[in-house]
Design a protein around this ligand. Sequence first.
Ligand SMILES: *Cc1c(COP(=O)(O)O)cnc(C)c1O
Length: 381
Amino acid sequence: MKVPILDLKPAYEELRAELDAAYHRVMESGWLLLGKELEQFETEYASSVRVKHCIGVANGLEAMQLVLMALGVGPGDEVIVPSHGYIATWLAVTHAGARPVPCESDPRTYNLDPNRVAEAVTARTKVILPIHLYGQTADMDGLNAIAKKRGIFLLEDAAQSHGATFRGRAAGGLGDAAGVSFYPSKNLGALADAGAVTTNDDKLADKLRHLRNYGSKVRYHNEYLGLNSRLSELQAAFLRAKLPHLPEWNSRRTRLAQQYMSRLQGVGDVTLPFVPEWAAPVWHLFVIRTAQRDALQAHLAAQGIGTQIHYPIPPHLSNAYRESGWKRGDFPLAEKYAGEVLSLPIGPHISSEQVDFVADQVAAFFGERAPATANSTLRSR
Ligand SMILES: *Cc1c(COP(=O)(O)O)cnc(C)c1O
């Protein structure tokens, strides 16, 4: 049995009729940018998140960058970001001209820890930017309390959490605004790059509608120094075809996650995901942690099981940030997670038989590993 970490073809097979119809609708309209499909997708997505505004943009990174630009956050300003997460979140801050201030995450949830955030806030902190990592919301009550008290803007990175809820409220509507990505592998994925901002703030929404289009809403009347960051009609039409299936696809992921949870309980030194009572995650990724991560990954690969590491190099140690002066040891939790996390296959088109096979192989690895400490030849198999 082969278990790929990601295979997008079955998604097309399931939705072929809807996606093909979307393609033909746009091609026959002859209109490719800033048209009716985008407007309707924005309305439909905003209502799924239960916010007033959705502004489609080119990708998730620029969604967050545009919010920071709209707020006037730039040189001299600080934005608190998780030390453990994807580098795009940090890049949005850097490209806006501000400074990412990394903050260590909670070891159980891998999300920003409000206690540590409170300590990281300074007079220069303009924004707190939590990621709802792996599909589970951060502790938004704790973060909102700090943001309100200190007058700081709370921007969610909701790229991995389409449909996730915090105390019953949808990710993307839990702070002052959210950046979303519809990169093809996300829970709601377009067929190319795409993204959006969601917010209840009328003024911010209006400014973003300018900023995504050279700073203009009326052609050749440029009000701001904008970017070119638009979500195309084709991608909007594909997203409209997929959005109604998101709840069902998320519940398939949830069933598989529950199966992993029960099958992997107590296996080896595996740390399973932790779900606080207030969270309903959508399992963008199913991430376990083990000190024998690299050997486990090699064992699974040899059995035809694809896995990935999210993420192997913490942003502060990436070459891209070498000028910033961060070094090994600065964010020990992020560095530890980078060495131990492993994402197992999960998705709407993974079967429960495949999950059983993966779970059996994880258990087999640890079954064989126990004597292997005494007999190191097993290691190099
Ligand atoms: C995918 C992702 C992004 C970036 O989105 P793009 O659309 O690829 O620019 C940002 N943050 C997180 C947490 C992501 O997973």
